[in-house]
Design a protein around this ligand. Structure first.
Ligand code: FE
Length: 196
């Protein structure tokens, strides 16, 4: 975890670019496979492939927004720069998942395993309110620890950490003024397909 990887001005530039993504590809409430239970985050994507989930289709990547039917907008330049700075991986990301957390949103412990290319890291950046992030080991029952991710913090899950369980226990409402109106925006970059 790299606290303060992005300074306040770089965060504002990224937030402006993300607002344009959200304008083109509106946030929606994803639902869980099988149960159809709504997730507590709101979600959208940028890039050639977006991560989606719903009752009928489960977890998957697809090129089209599930509500508008349109292709996802391109990954913004500031976000691509982040990948270039931190991924240490020679191919571009394909999926830029944008998760918006309000003060009650959380993310249960899970592993990112829907990608074919597990040699690429997962790079994520936190903007806005601080998240209480939890990271464990490769098995669900492994010991875990919690880390506070303040605005501008970057997390790289690569190598052995690529397959570790992680989640967000809670968001500390009102802890940042970076996002207008409050809340937390988390951007997660992933390579999905194997380049070879
Ligand atoms: Fe994840």
């Amino acid at each position: 975890m790299l606290p303060d990887a992005l300074g306040p001005e770089a965060q504002q530039r990224m937030l402006a670019e993300l607002q344009a993504v959200i304008a083109a590809a509106p946030l929606y409430v994803p639902t869980m496979p099988r149960t159809g239970q709504p997730m507590s985050v709101r979600m959208t994507n940028a890039g050639p492939l977006g991560w989606v989930t719903d009752r009928a289709g489960g977890y998957r990547y697809q090129p089209l927004h599930p509500k508008t039917g349109l292709p996802w907008p391109p990954i913004p330049p500031s976000v691509l720069e982040l990948w270039e700075a931190f991924a240490a991986y020679p191919h571009p990301p394909e999926a830029c998942l944008v998760n918006v957390y309000d003060g009650k949103a959380r993310m249960g412990l899970h592993r990112d395993m829907d990608e074919d290319e597990l040699a690429a890291p997962v790079v994520s950046i936190s903007l806005g309110d601080t998240a209480v992030f939890r990271i464990g080991g490769p098995a669900r029952g492994d010991a875990s620890r919690s880390l506070k991710l303040a605005s501008g913090a970057v997390v790289v899950l690569g190598g052995a950490a690529r397959s570790c369980f992680h989640g967000v226990d809670r968001v500390i409402a009102g802890s940042s003024r970076q996002v207008p109106g409050g809340g937390r925006i988390n951007v997660t970059l992933r390579r999905v397909t194997s380049p070879d």
